[in-house]
Write a protein that binds this ligand. Sequence first.
Ligand code: HEM
Length: 343
Amino acid sequence: ATAISFHGTRQAGVLAPQQPATHLLAFDLPRTSAAADRKTLREVLGALTGTLATAASEAPADPRLQSGATTRLTSLVGIGPAAAARLRLDVPASLAVLPAFPGDRLDPRRGDGDLLVQLCAADRWTLTVVAELVAAAARSAGAVPRWTQSGFMAPTAPGTTPRNLFGSKDGTANPDRAAADQWVWGPSGAHRDGTVLVYRRIHMDVAGFGALPEGKRDRVIGRRAGDGSPLSGTAEHDEPDVYAKNPDGSYVIPATAHVRLASPRLDRGARMLRRSYSYDDGPDDRGLLFCAFMRDLNQFVRVQERLATRDALNPFVQHRASAVAYVLPGAGKSGTLGDGLWT
Ligand code: HEM
């Protein structure tokens, strides 16, 4: 395996094949004056660009990253909606703090933030070391740490879909490259190589869901746990047909099934790129770090409005933290992340 370059028109943390482990870090800016915070943000982005580029290189300077194995570190850096508004940064118009959804139990100490960094790598060691370098760089440039969260993925053969803690294949119906150009990356112009990240820390009642009979679990999701195939089809990558009916007139994919309510067919084809991880934070808190990338934040809002009120998964899940960020376009070899923010 070779290192994945930090440099490029788009940040590698969105595009590179999903890595087994993740670590997210959020920071705030000090909130002095808008002018002073703009200066701080510039310095923080400069420091992060240098730190992340070095950490991802073939020969990272830190001895702890010289294990002889290639870490395949990838990263992404994003700007939160409150900071973007306060500092009048050039971000997509849809970027905003999310509305409250029914059932939300959000802990502000585990969510939001002016600056979001997501690290992904093959192993936890690399993430811990790089997270420390990132935090030191951001701090010395003036940012204030807000929260961190680590996550992991089920062992998954290349080209196959990872399972979440409910046992379902999760990430099957993701956009292909052409659909991603339309629904994930910005429109032509300044935001073409940027995207909007929605992060939700979702607690899962693994035992409660597991206690349902298998057929019931499959009807909650709308797909078969075994092979991930939709109830309307036979193979994992068959598109769920939300219009298919049983002889008695009921829907094959039940009316409140998760994949029906999240279906692009209810949303003029809109798709988000989901790259979620699992988390395990003690004896009674396990779940999903839902991470989805999209052109327009309203893509998430429309789906979550349907899910929050009707999803058959709701008795088994609870949204406990939330963050939104504009994932910046990538930086070329001589560039700095955020070069396009300063209008
Ligand atoms: C599909 C699980 C939360 C949006 C799926 C699938 C599973 C799943 C098993 C089917 C396989 C796949 O296509 O990936 C979960 C679990 C959640 C959760 C366990 C909470 C713990 C959410 C949230 C959203 C969402 C919060 C967005 C608001 C979607 C979308 C699809 C999907 C867009 C694809 C639908 C399609 O194109 O067929 N989810 N999900 N999910 N989910 Fe979720």
